[in-house]
Each structure stands twice: as structure tokens, then as C-alpha cells.
Design a protein around this ligand. Sequence first.
Ligand code: ZN
Length: 253
Amino acid sequence: MPPITTPAIILGALRYGDTSKIVRLATRDLGIRSALAKGALRPRSRFGASLQLLSEGVAHLYLKETRDLQTLAAFDLTSLRSGLAADLPRFSAAAAIGEVAWRFSPAESHPDSYDLLSGALTVLETAPEEAIEVLGLRMLWRLVSVLGFAPALDRCARDGTPLPPDTPLRFSAAEGGGLCSRCADGHGVSTLAPVDRRALEALVSSEAELPVFDERHAASHRRLFARFLRHHLAEGGEMPAITFWEERSWVSR
Ligand SMILES: [Zn+2]
């Protein structure tokens, strides 16, 4: 059987034996897949330097549906995305988005989330430095929304009661969004002032004008997203790229 070809983005790579790599791929046509790239570490490997974190190309995969590990026959590079490595804010936002794709995408074709991931990496590679923070937040909220767990912002996440606009939003990460006053009672909620609520609504939307943040507000929005995400992750799961992005660990305090 000939290999199946699909657009793919490298979400992770680790050494396997002396000469091979195992790569984690987001693929457009087959969802998230792990594959063995035999001989990828040999000096004259046909993979060359193409199997870098977040690089995009066309993967040629030999599939055995009964196995977790597929075989990567070739990877025709279309973008190395080397611009993402230009600075840490850019790289950490891109890595965080890659991690969300890895942990939350289904193991079957999901073109909308693949296209969003690919588009987000292109935007982050080329956007001006001062826009990276807010663009990263927009892409992360867009990706979780496309993957089917958008936060509830205009209706109570528990009982669907409409939440009046332009009022403070009682946000519960555990419940997946805003709560009405009845449901919010006794819950671990963070209250967003109307201006922060509008900012969150703008981030989640695909069209709204992007909000402008100072560092303090940006930090609280990063925390809000990370908390929301962790409530959707299976017990014991870790997201080191999200943590690195959330804490801006490269900034000395
Ligand atoms: Zn309610």
C-alpha cells in the first residue's frame, strides 16, 4: 500500500534509539498521530533538518490503524517557521498553541482546528513584537472554541440563564464560563469587570477588534486562560508550554 499524504505540523519530536526520531504530528486529514521517522538522525537522512518543532509540511505516512505508532516515510517541508524562534514571547505563544492542539485535538480529521493552528503559527511568525501577547491569547481562545469548548459568556454555563451585557462576569473555569447570580453562589468564581469581560469576548471572537492590555491585565488574562484549560485536562496532565507562556518564565522578577 502506498503511504497516505496529508498536511502536517510537528508538535514534538524525541530521539528513538541511535538514529531515529519519534514525532508527534498534527495532521489535517488524520488528526493527531505519532510516527517513527527511521534514520532521521543519520547525517544524510532524507528528512534533513525538516523535523523541527512547529515546522509544517506534507507527511507521507504508512498507517496501521491497530497501532499507536505509525511510520513516517517522508516529510516534504513547506515551512520551517524559523521566525518563531526570533524571541521568547513569540516562541512561547506558538509552543503553547501547539501544546493545546496536541492535548485537545481528536485522533481523527479535524480540518478547522488544523487550519487555525497553521494560520496562528503564520501570524505569530510575522506579527510585530508588541502584538504577540494579545494575538497569542486570541489564537488560544479561538483554538479551544473551534475544538468545541468555547467559554460561555452570554449565558450561564450551568443553566443557560442569559447574562446581561456590560455587567461584571462571574467566571468559573470549572463550569466552563460565566455563571448567573444564582449559580455563582458559593462557587469558586473570579469576577471580571465589564472592561475585562469585553476584552475576553473580543479575544474569543474571530472578528472583534483586539483589546489593548497593559502587562498586569495581560497577566490576568493569561492566568484566566490557563485555569480554564487545566479544568478541561484529564487528571494529572501537565502542560509545560502553557505554564511557560502563562508565567513568562524568561522575565526576571
Ligand atoms: Zn445559572
